[in-house]
Design a protein around this ligand. Structure first.
Ligand code: FAD
Ligand code: UDP
Length: 405
């Protein structure tokens, strides 16, 4: 008998499986409908021997030292700072918009101070920032919004930015300096040998059994288990009883080209041209050297595998109902991007999973002393991390050699 059945072998499921087996000594069955572990972060060598991300570019970045330290148990790292160019008005310009973006776009030579004034003159002041449109227009005005954000967002989400929660576009800042990194997090690195290798290490414990190509519904009444951790779409678990929660999907078109380099940046965004949103060239991300190069185009679509929850008020209302059902379902914990309907990055999912793990293993105590319930569920991630053993963090330098920090 398994102590836990974990549905989904992505970050959420794998982190909890690893903790339950390694730290709590539990027996775990982790199951996935796909034919591989790693969820959307899965990577593999394609037919030409180039390491690619099957479900689009995954760049690891976090400000959380505990999350970085936790993952460092399972991988060394290749330092990597991500950079993106946007194809706008016939030029390739840095996105997030920065001083260089404005100077190149308009043929100007502004300083950081001057560009602040420039933005201020274009900005449309608003009392209340509610939507993704408001975020950009209130900061840099309508023209830059149209050039960089409006069409990309319509393409990506299938709705206008004025209908999307402000948190979506707020992921992309505006800068008045020349910093052209996509992220400014303290820790930015790629798993040295790829994500899948890292997941293999996480799930390598003898107490963990992995079952692929299987929907949990096929086995839940056949294989005995104690509790369930569910990381699939929450609406599917409850048979869509409150209707379908919209998840945005993508079609990935992978290609390998007979040239060593295809484009001048790891990712090029196409806000105003093509049906795809962006093109990623993987060798920039992985540092791999190869005579050929592999790229992927992302075509947004409504149907297909669920990749993105769609943050907008009416969806939040539907999710609230499912959340109430989930909270009232004993013996099942809902974790991860699909099960909690949150537009989470990988590090946020890892943090959420570690917090959930702590809640799960402290539950008998909670049941005995119900009044402690609130304080336990409000544990901050730092408290959770402090409870785990201190770690030695190995970070790879540019040559792939490991150095201890
Ligand atoms: P998932 O990885 O989706 O795992 C859930 C698993 O559950 C899936 O493998 C699914 O097959 C399985 N499952 C579902 N239903 C069932 C069922 N009924 N039975 C059995 N198995 C089931 N994050 C970053 O930090 N940086 C990035 O650069 C980044 N880029 C991204 C790019 C794209 C195109 C996408 C889509 C996401 C990106 N993310 C990125 C987000 C990242 O993918 C997620 O945060 C993370 O993978 C979520 O992990 P998860 O375990 O919650 O979900
Ligand atoms: N976005 C945009 N233009 C860009 C880049 C991003 O309009 O060139 C908007 C778009 O709505 C996108 C959101 O900002 O979905 C968040 O961008 P991010 O790069 O974080 O998206 P992800 O990598 O999660 O797909």
């Amino acid at each position: 008998m398994f102590d836990y059945l974990i549905v989904g072998a992505g970050f959420a499921g794998s982190v909890i499986a690893e903790r339950l087996a390694n730290e709590a000594g539990k027996k775990v069955l982790i199951i996935d409908t796909r034919n591989h572990i790693g969820g959307n972060a899965y990577d593999h060598y394609d037919n030409h021997g180039i390491l690619v991300h099957k479900y689009g570019p995954h760049i690891f970045h976090t400000n959380s030292r505990p999350v970085f330290q936790y993952l460092s148990r399972f991988t060394d790292w290749r330092p990597y700072e991500h950079r993106v160019l946007a194809s706008v008005d016939g030029q390739l310009l840095p996105i997030p918009i920065n001083l260089n973006t404005v100077n190149k776009l308009y043929g100007l030579n502004l300083t950081s101070f001057e560009v602040e004034d420039f933005f201020a003159k274009l900005a449309e002041p608003m009392e209340y920032i509610r939507t993704s449109e408001d975020v950009v227009v209130s900061k840099v005005g309508r023209e830059l919004y149209e050039k960089f954000f409006h069409n990309y967002t319509r393409k990506q989400w299938g709705i206008d930015p004025s209908e999307l929660d402000k948190s979506v576009i707020a992921r992309v800042p505006t800068r008045t300096n020349r910093d052209d990194r996509y992220f400014t997090d303290t820790y930015q690195a790629m798993p040295l040998h790829g994500y899948t290798r890292m997941f293999e290490k996480m799930l390598g414990h003898p107490n963990i059994k992995v079952m692929l190509n299987t929907d949990y519904r096929e086995i839940e009444n056949i294989i005995p288990y104690g509790e369930m951790i569910y990381t699939g779409p929450v609406d599917s678990y409850f048979n869509y009883c409150y209707g379908k929660l919209p998840y945005r999907s993508l079609e990935f078109k992978h290609e390998t080209l007979n040239v060593p380099v295809h484009q001048v940046a790891p990712v090029v965004n196409y806000p105003n041209e093509h049906l795809y949103t962006r093109c990623t060239e993987f060798k920039y991300l992985t540092g791999q050297e190869h005579l050929k190069t592999s790229i992927v185009y992302e075509y947004p679509q409504a149907e297909g595998d669920p990749y993105y929850p769609v943050p907008r008020p009416e969806n939040a209302e539907i999710y609230k109902k499912y959340k109430a059902l989930a909270d009232a379902t004993p013996g099942v914990s809902f974790v991860g991007r699909l099960a909690t309907y949150r537009y989470y990055n990988m590090d946020q999912v890892v943090a959420q999973a570690l917090t959930t793990y702590t809640q799960i293993i402290t539950k008998p105590v909670i049941e005995l002393a119900g009044h402690l319930n609130d304080s336990v569920s409000n544990l901050s991630f730092n408290e959770v991390a402090a409870a785990t053993a201190p770690l030695e963090v190995a970070v790879a330098n540019g040559n792939g050699k490991s150095v201890s920090h």
